[in-house]
Ligand binder design. Structure first.
Ligand code: PLP
Length: 419
């Protein structure tokens, strides 16, 4: 079945050169970065001639400032944050947002314990394990988070844990951990929760829930380039009173109320944490893309992608040599599948799909090294030994987006069947 939305996407239907001639591009690497929405690009293009900087004197400066700042409300509304309590800090991407939080926690108490998990992308793992005494929640045989292990760790380190950081959706298996149950548990033990929503918000309705609820999500990050813009730009959302307590992570212009050789007075958040030239087009594009997704309806996107995912999984399972990871989890809500083909090296399969059939997928550890090692049953020692051979372990990952179609899934399956 054809997906008419693909007409709204730059590059979704272009011909690409393969070993057998020109063929239609099939883009199944949306978890790495999505292709761009044409209506968003159009809005950006229209604004290029009016380019100036935020707070520049004159009507165009005023217009730019308003357009740029208004995206904070669009973001807050999208995740149902609290306009009186939460603030939206613009960052380069989620990685920067998470490093910012990690830096502020270090200012608060470098000896505190942070809990992260074995399911995380390195963006939500390395900023903590390299700076803190960190405890890592295990994953089960099914590839899901082990919530008993989380509670054990919360109990054991009660009072010392101020933050639990967890992915809202795995970029490898599409599993969505039960973040609201986790939030309840985390709050019961007096800590806060950060949800890495990079792979969640573009696929499924998401809410931070009210501050008064135990299920409330304290901090959220996500990136624009995974939400159908081709630009940098991301957001870190969290309580204003938390951010107000700390110094900037990046020093530079634009973050102060007053500076002299004797005194520095920093601006309030979010400005305090946005040093340097603003990412005007990245942020404008983020605002536009959120409006586009909201108009389509996040539930509609979720339902369509679920049907596409079910179809792909059903067809993939009919190929005998395919081994799908976390196959039996019933927490998969995001249309991603990671697999291997018996007797074939993962990057060879990805290259074959791209060079011979114009089908783009990911191959490797998808930036989630610890999780992929656990799914493959590779120990830390084995992983290192394989790395030294120059042939590291890895998986093939297919990640669908709202503009992919059933006929593209057929092309993918037919190509795999020829192996
Ligand atoms: C789950 C997850 N978290 C964080 C990131 C980092 O996102 P970014 O590279 O936009 O900072 C990624 C990137 O793939 C991801 O998949």
């Amino acid at each position: 079945m054809f997906n008419p939305l693909s007409h709204c996407i730059e590059g979704a239907n272009i011909p690409v050169e393969t070993t057998t001639g020109l063929t239609k591009r099939v883009y199944f690497n949306n978890a790495a970065t999505t292709l761009a929405l044409k209506p968003v690009m159009h809005k950006v293009d229209c604004n290029v001639p009016l380019l100036t900087y935020t707070d520049a004197p004159g009507p165009l400066g005023e217009r730019t400032t308003i357009n740029y700042d208004d995206v904070r409300d669009v973001v807050l509304n999208f995740v149902e944050g609290d306009e009186n309590k939460d603030t939206v800090i613009y960052v380069k991407n989620s990685t920067e947002g998470i490093n910012l939080i990690s830096n502020l926690l270090c200012q608060e108490d470098p000896d505190q314990i942070v809990i992260t998990t074995a399911m995380e992308h390195m963006a939500n793992y390395l900023p903590f394990v390299t700076r803190f005494k960190t405890k890592v929640v295990k994953v089960t045989k099914k590839g899901e988070l082990d919530l008993l292990d989380l509670e054990r760790k919360l109990k054991m380190y009660k009072g010392k844990v101020k933050l639990v950081t967890v992915t809202g959706a795995s970029n490898v298996t599409g599993i969505t951990p039960p973040i609201y149950d986790i939030a309840k548990l985390v709050h019961k033990y007096g800590a806060k929760i950060l949800v890495d929503a990079v792979q969640l918000v573009q696929h499924k309705p998401f809410t931070m829930k009210p501050h008064s609820m135990d299920e409330h999500i304290d901090f959220v990050v996500f990136s624009a380039h995974k939400c159908y813009t081709p630009f940098d730009g991301g957001v870190l959302i969290g309580p204003n009173d938390f951010f107000s307590k700390y110094r900037p992570y990046l020093e530079g212009a634009g973050i102060t109320k007053f500076v002299s050789s004797k005194r520095i007075i920093y601006s309030d958040p979010p400005t305090r944490f946005e040093a340097g030239f603003p990412d005007i087009f990245g942020i404008m594009a983020l605002g536009q893309t959120i409006k586009f997704l909201e108009n389509l309806g996040m539930n509609n996107i979720f339902e369509y992608e679920k049907a596409l995912y079910d179809y792909m999984k059903m067809r993939l399972k009919t190929i005998p040599k395919v081994k799908i990871y976390a196959e039996n989890s019933n927490q998969i809500n995001i249309p991603y599948i990671s697999f291997n083909i018996k007797g074939m090296y993962h990057t060879d399969v990805a290259d074959y799909l791209a060079y011979n059939h114009g089908i783009e997928v990911a191959a490797g550890s998808a930036g989630a090294d610890i999780y992929v090692q656990s799914l493959l049953g590779v120990s830390a020692e084995d992983a290192y030994a394989k790395y030294l051979t120059g042939k590291p372990y890895g998986i093939i990952r297919v990640s669908l987006g709202m503009y992919n179609s059933f006929s593209e899934v057929d092309s993918f399956i037919n190509a795999l069947k020829k192996l």
